[in-house]
Write a protein that binds this ligand. Structure first.
Ligand code: SAM
Length: 248
């Protein structure tokens, strides 16, 4: 739930993600948590408007018709933005420490990743992730960034299995720390594409050999210095978006 849109924006500044279909006159349930935010944090009252989006139907102005302790309701009153899906770019990353993993998910949404896939590599620090928590982070980041798309966060899966099931028409840009200080930055291929970022320990020799042998994998250098995994994710997404993305 966010108030980050500029005050001059004709769209309501408070944005809420909802699951229900959005359309003129639709009545949309507002959850208890959202009511708490609207009523107690934002001090909003029935009759005021919020922006609603569900990841499918664009953004709609929703006039609050009820705000009760157990939940509320809003009525859709006109579309304020069309559905805008980002280019078909996936981000694969090996989870690191909790706060840094949260950062990667948040930034991936802001930068316009279409899908987020945590992968378990040999040197992955964390064996487990709370997918639902990361998905909630993705929703919050979409609310804050004014986006209408919420990337799905997949369950943690072994890198080997993800590679075995890989759709061959999708180029996988392997951010390879082994290139640091040697080759120039490669030019990433257009969508459908994906970026792979390793954990703090980097990729194991076995993983490196496997990745290097796969026909859909290209190696990507992120410059002469070794970046932390969270920095590397943002840098790689920036490179790709600047070249092939929806930044204009
Ligand atoms: N421990 C590794 C080492 O010392 O070589 C560094 C791993 S780095 C902290 C985490 C991940 O960020 C890497 O696996 C890679 O995917 C990416 N990365 C960091 N710097 C990079 C660079 N200069 N070029 C390409 N990828 C980079």
């Amino acid at each position: 739930m966010s108030q980050n849109l500029p005050r001059t924006d004709p769209r309501p500044k408070v944005r809420l993600y909802v699951e229900q279909p959005l359309g003129q006159g639709q009545h949309i349930a507002v959850s208890q948590e959202q009511v708490h935010y609207l009523g107690n944090v934002m001090r909003m009252k029935p009759g005021e408007a919020v922006a609603l989006f569900n990841g499918r139907d664009g953004e709609w102005r929703g006039v609050l018709t009820a705000l009760a302790k157990r939940g509320g309701e809003a009525e859709c009153d006109g579309q304020t933005a069309p559905q805008l899906n980002p280019p078909d770019l996936w981000l694969l990353f090996a989870p690191i420490k909790k706060a840094r993993t949260d950062f990667i998910v948040e930034k991936a949404v802001e930068m316009g990743a279409a899908r987020i896939l945590p992968v378990q590599t040999e040197f992955t620090n964390s064996e487990r992730i709370r997918r639902d928590r990361l998905q909630a982070h993705a929703v919050e980041a979409a609310e804050q960034s004014g986006g209408t798309h919420v990337p799905g966060v997949a369950d943690l899966a072994p890198l080997a299995r993800v590679l075995a099931d890989w759709p061959e028409d999708r180029v996988l840009w392997w951010a390879d720390e082994g290139l640091a200080g040697s080759d120039p930055i490669a030019d990433p291929a257009p969508a459908p594409a994906a970026i792979l970022i390793g954990p703090e320990g980097g990729f194991s020799p076995t993983e490196r050999a496997r990745l290097a042998a796969l026909p859909f994998v290209r190696r990507l250098s992120l410059g002469p210095r070794i970046l932390r995994a969270d920095t590397a994710a943002v840098a790689a997404l920036t490179l790709w978006q600047a070249r092939h993305g929806d930044w204009g």
